[in-house]
Design a protein around this ligand. Structure first.
Ligand code: MG
Length: 280
């Protein structure tokens, strides 16, 4: 009888202990919001107890700086080549609406033009493996978020930050390799201004239920210059700027979206962009 009771109790415990979708843990990260913080009014969001865009290293330590390796990746035979430095592959891209992009073809790369708007792929993608190379301007201007800022947006909205983070301190969740406002990189493996760098990104799209609520969060694995900076990071929401210390929430969208590159007013260059669609 005692054994039977124990088994029954164990089964009941299991029923309550295992969530319906064991792959998702909706309790993490813990997100809290305040309308006032340290005597100042505003929109403050805290992820696992750390303020979004916290810049105090005592509260949000900077990622360690490490030296990157030397090899950049060529497209494998099954990749969709979105840009290989030619005029022909420039036709894979558009600007605002469906107008031709205002970005410039310079020395086999695509250069962001201030006021030129985002660069957007005509083809749309969901879950994918993406390789992209970028170079922040060799002439250093500005600091923090104003230095070599651009971004690689999966599905047109989830940003892997591009920034000149070589000896350029900013809030960790907004430096190169960050999922903007959501997750700082594990290390800062940035090369210097004007040097070519790479991102290799494994992205699984978010999924939504019929009520528009996220049922499976997006995940990102990111290698920056071949070094792991996001390790299967579950994205806790959107990455769009929603104030100095807040980013947007998930909003239901289609299963596919364009790849976009940000015009943030700095002449950041891109080259060798290829993508492979993967299962959700
Ligand atoms: Mg950016």
């Amino acid at each position: 009888m005692k054994t039977l009771l124990s088994v029954t109790a164990a089964c009941l415990f299991c029923c309550f202990a295992i969530p319906a979708n064991a792959h998702e843990d909706h309790s993490k990260p813990v997100i809290t919001k305040k309308s006032e913080h340290e005597g100042k009014k505003g929109n403050y969001m805290f992820i696992d107890g750390i303020k979004v865009h916290e810049s105090d290293p005592a509260k949000q330590p900077q990622p360690p700086v490490v030296e990157p390796g030397a090899v950049l990746g060529a497209a494998p035979s099954d990749a969709i080549v979105l840009f290989d430095g030619t005029e022909a592959t420039l036709t894979n891209w558009v600007g605002k609406g469906s107008e031709p992009t205002k970005w410039k073809l310079v020395d086999g790369s695509l250069e962001s033009v201030k006021g030129g708007g985002y660069l957007r792929s005509k083809r749309e993608f969901g879950s994918c493996q993406l390789h992209v190379e970028f170079a922040t301007p060799s002439t250093v201007k500005g600091n923090g978020q104003g230095r070599g800022n651009s971004g690689v947006f999966l599905m047109g909205q989830y940003e892997v930050q591009v920034l000149d983070s070589f000896e350029n301190v900013t809030y960790p969740d907004g430096q190169a390799g960050a999922l903007y406002g959501r997750s700082k990189p594990l290390v800062n493996v940035s090369r210097g201004p004007g040097e070519w760098q790479s991102y290799d990104i494994i992205f699984h799209r978010p999924q939504f239920d019929e009520d528009g609520k996220v049922s499976k969060r997006a995940t990102f694995t990111v290698l920056h210059n071949g070094v792991l900076v996001q390790d299967h990071t579950r994205l806790s929401g959107g990455t769009g700027w929603a104030g100095p210390h807040a980013v947007g929430e998930y909003k239901k969208h289609a299963d596919k979206g364009p790849l976009t590159m940000q015009d943030h007013g700095n002449p950041v260059r891109y080259r060798n962009i290829w993508i492979r669609e993967i299962a959700d």
